[in-house]
Design a protein around this ligand. Structure first.
Ligand code: HEM
Ligand code: ISQ
Length: 154
């Protein structure tokens, strides 16, 4: 696959913007996931037993940030190496966490859409289709790596 320097730069630049308000965008990201697929709510331990999305939940924030950072890292690797390299242990860990939580392939599209909506919200007029395309490509590669690991595990 071809991932250009421009695409890498777009991903990095937009993450720099969203990073400036982690509480806001992690919550937005997560709320979008629930809006698109309300049923996934029960998969998340930090949500069980609560009626609304908890504001300033440390786990929610940390995990949401990780999704953004890992996608960003994937963009860098796609540009440098043309492929995705995630440490085996990380991939195994993520594979097992998601498998145990009951995550299925179609859920990855949900998270992608939520990610894209969050970028749109955070970037405002800096958002465009090129930005969306760059993030989508990087995310797809990362998601595929996790889905593949989930299949090898069960
Ligand atoms: C947990 C990343 C896709 C649902 C996590 C964690 C990370 C992560 C880093 C925290 C692991 C830990 O330290 O415990 C990612 C990435 C994804 C992805 C990078 C895609 C590229 C998904 C999808 C779903 C999902 C599609 C389904 C809606 C969950 C759940 C947990 C989790 C339920 C466990 C949260 C908890 O109860 O603590 N994910 N995830 N993830 N993720 Fe994802
Ligand atoms: C875990 N996996 C995917 C997306 C997430 C978003 C917010 C919090 C945790 C997550």
């Amino acid at each position: 696959i071809v991932f250009t320097e421009k695409q890498e730069a777009l991903v990095k630049e937009s993450w720099e913007i969203l990073k400036q308000d982690i509480p806001k965008y992690s919550l937005h990201f997560f709320s979008q996931i629930l809006e698109i697929a309300p049923a996934v709510k029960d998969m998340f331990s930090f949500l069980r037993g609560s009626d609304e999305v908890p504001h300033n939940n440390p786990k929610l924030k940390a995990h949401a940030v990780k999704v953004f950072k890992m996608t960003c890292e994937t963009a860098i690797q796609l540009r440098e190496k043309g492929k995705v390299v995630v440490a085996d242990t990380t991939l195994q860990y993520l594979g097992s966490v998601h498998l145990k939580s009951g995550v299925l392939d179609p859920h990855f599209e949900v998270v992608k859409e939520a990610l894209v909506r969050t970028l749109k919200e955070g970037l405002g007029e800096k958002y465009n289709e090129e930005v969306e395309g760059a993030w989508s490509q990087a995310y797809d590669h990362l998601a595929l790596a996790i889905m593949t690991e989930m299949k090898q595990e069960h």
